[in-house]
Design a protein around this ligand. Structure first.
Ligand SMILES: [Zn+2]
Length: 218
C-alpha cells in the first residue's frame, strides 16, 4: 500500500476520505499537531523540551516539527501505509519532507489533489449547520444533507447552529492561504509523476476514485 498525501482546499472532503481509508485499509493517520502532542507527553529529553514549547503557546519552529515527524516515521506501525495530514503545506516543507523520507528510508507514495470548485467549497462551509445536541451535521446550501425542517435536527429534534468560523470571510482567508502556499505543490509533485487529480464533488465518487488510485499503485 502506498503512502498518501492529500492536497486539498478547505472542505474538499479530505477528513471523510481519510477516515474511510483508515477503516477499510488500515492506513495510519499522521498529523503534525497530533505528533507534537504525543511526543511532548513522553518522558525523554525531546519530550520535555517540546512540552515547554507547546505550553508557551508559541509557534513550534519548523526544525522541531521535522524532527518530530522523523521520529514518528521511524515507528514500526506504518507497514499498511499512512496518510499525512496538514503536511507539507508549502514548498519548503515539501523539499524538507523529501530529505526526511530519505533519512528514514520511506517512499513518498502518491499525492492526490482533491479538486473541488471554489463555489462548492464555500457552500459546504457557509451552509454547514450542526445539531446542538447530537452533533449531526447538515447543509442548507449544497442540496446534500438538507435538514427536513428548517433549523431542526432530523435525528433528535434539537436546534441547529452555525459555527462562528463557518462564514464567507473566514472561508476566503483559508482558501487564499491554500492557493498561495499549498497549491504550488501540485506542480512540484506533477513533475515527479506522483500526482493524481480527482474531481472531488460527490463524496462517494471521490472515495471510489481514491481507491482506484491506491489499488493501481499497490
Ligand atoms: Zn441532533
Amino acid at each position: 500500500m502506498r503512502n498518501i498525501i492529500f492536497i486539498a482546499p478547505p472542505a474538499a472532503g479530505k477528513g471523510t476520505i481519510s477516515e474511510k481509508l483508515m477503516d477499510k485499509y488500515g492506513y495510519k493517520h499522521i498529523s503534525t499537531g497530533d505528533i507534537l502532542r504525543d511526543m511532548a507527553s513522553r518522558d525523554d529529553e525531546f519530550g520535555h523540551s517540546l512540552k515547554g514549547m507547546l505550553a508557551s503557546g508559541k509557534l513550534v519552529p519548523d526544525e522541531i516539527v521535522y524532527e518530530a515527524l522523523k521520529r514518528r516515521l521511524l515507528m514500526n506501525d506504518l507497514e499498511s501505509g499512512f496518510i499525512l495530514d496538514g503536511f507539507p503545506r508549502n514548498l519548503n516543507q515539501a523539499r524538507e519532507y523529501d530529505k526526511i523520507l530519505d533519512e528514514v528510508g520511506k517512499k513518498l507514495g502518491v499525492v492526490i489533489y482533491l479538486d473541488t470548485p471554489k463555489d462548492i467549497l464555500e457552500k459546504r462551509i457557509v451552509g454547514r449547520r450542526i445539531c446542538s445536541s447530537c452533533g449531526a451535521t447538515y447543509n442548507i446550501l449544497t442540496g446534500i444533507n438538507t435538514p427536513k425542517k428548517d433549523g431542526i435536527c432530523d435525528k433528535c429534534g434539537s436546534q441547529l447552529y452555525q459555527r462562528d468560523d463557518d462564514n464567507s470571510e473566514s472561508f476566503k482567508t483559508r482558501y487564499e492561504t491554500f492557493i498561495n502556499q499549498t497549491y504550488p505543490l501540485i506542480d512540484f509533485y506533477k513533475k515527479r509523476n506522483v500526482l493524481y487529480n480527482i474531481d472531488s464533488i460527490n463524496p462517494d465518487d471521490t472515495m471510489r476514485k481514491v481507491e482506484e488510485i491506491i489499488n493501481d499503485n499497490d
